[in-house]
Design a protein around this ligand. Structure first.
Ligand SMILES: *[C@@H]1O[C@H](CO)[C@@H](O)[C@H](O)[C@H]1NC(C)=O
Ligand SMILES: *[C@@H]1O[C@H](CO)[C@@H](O)[C@H](O)[C@H]1NC(C)=O
Length: 319
């Protein structure tokens, strides 16, 4: 009798959650509340960092992902294609971070291409897998999608800027659910930190059919040299996202010689984007079969180094 009523409750609850899912559509994430986002390690190019390792991830990116309710798996650049395929089937999204690697010939570019192709195939088959590129990571996405390096000098070096939002921003997924006030302030307050020499001009973007077909331009900015560059992009059909600026610095980087936006709106913007991306990851049902294997791959196995006295970062993970 007891068992029966227990089963009944279970059954009712099942029906209820199914009903809710239907009512709320895709925005209600019922899939995966234990996401793991992969962060591809970056190649060390800075001389002062070389004694610590050959690849790295600034801790700010890790905290950014963790703050929105995901765990992080660092992904090394030395594995085989089969190993990357195995990782892909276990993680729920990929973050391509900033840095200074070659966009065509580096290991960072090579491994990104493997994941990009896996992500296209998976998403095309209805297996939701989000990919986010920040700064160099976004530039790399434009190279992968267009098949060409279309970047030119579009310097915005150590400057915080408002975004020049396009019409598409107001129907975008990335900024969906942003409070009206934040949408206004995003356009008039310097909430986005830029640290780049190269960029994709609005003109180059519009002249490339592959990019135009694949991405919507969500925002643009004007660089130090007066060039209009694309600063935020969102995949039209696929969950691929790119920002030429650095959302992770707002709450997590503090070098006072660098123009990191720390205002309440700047931190709110960063939090909402981190939540957006991790929510995208929650829609992925990839998982580790073996909890022991999962535990060994996560970032918790590594200790960040204090880097405030030799870099613009406070803490860096080296690999
Ligand atoms: C915003 O973008 C539009 C269209 O690309 C451009 O005409 C305008 O000059 C830009 N304004 C700023 C402040 O960047
Ligand atoms: C930075 O600080 C750490 C910890 O205090 C110290 O071990 C290291 O030698 C310092 N590095 C430099 C380049 O000053």
């Amino acid at each position: 009798m007891r068992l029966r009523s227990f089963l009944c409750v279970l059954f009712v609850r099942d029906c209820f959650s199914f009903h809710q899912t239907k009512l709320r559509g895709l925005k209600q994430n019922t899939g995966n509340d234990r996401p793991v986002i992969g962060i591809l390690t970056q190649i060390v190019s800075d001389e002062a960092m070389k004694q610590y390792g050959s690849t790295y991830i600034p801790a700010s990116y890790v905290k950014y992902i963790e703050s929105a309710g995901s765990r992080v798996m660092p992904i090394k650049l030395t594995l085989t294609t089969t190993e990357y395929e195995n990782i892909f089937s276990r993680i729920n999204g990929l973050l391509l971070i900033g840095g200074a690697s070659n966009l065509e010939t580096s290991d960072f570019a090579r491994v990104s291409r493997i994941f990009y192709q896996l992500a296209l195939k998976a998403n095309g088959a209805g297996d939701h897998f989000p990919v986010w590129g920040t700064c160099l990571g976004m530039q790399l996405l434009t190279v992968l999608v267009s098949g060409h390096n279309l970047l030119t000098k579009a310097t915005a070096e150590n400057v915080a800027l408002p975004l020049n939002l396009t019409e598409a921003a107001f129907s975008s997924r990335m900024f969906e659910g942003f409070p009206d006030e934040l949408m206004k302030d995003l356009q008039r307050e310097p909430l986005t930190g830029h640290f780049h020499h190269y960029g994709l001009t609005v003109k180059a973007f519009k002249q490339n059919k592959e990019l135009m077909d694949f991405f919507s331009v969500i925002s643009t900015n004007v660089g130090d040299n007066g060039v209009h560059f694309v600063s935020t992009i969102e995949g039209k059909r696929f969950p691929l996202y790119g920002v030429q600026w650095h959302p992770e610095v707002n709450p997590f980087q503090w070098d006072s010689t660098l123009n990191f936006p720390h205002s309440p709106h700047a931190v709110q913007l960063s939090s909402l984007l981190a939540q957006f991306f991790v929510n995208e990851g929650r829609r992925s049902l990839h998982k580790f079969d073996d909890p022991k294997e999962e535990a060994l791959t996560l970032i918790y196995n590594y200790t960040p180094v204090f880097a405030g006295n030799f870099s613009g970062y406070e803490q860096i993970y080296f690999f």
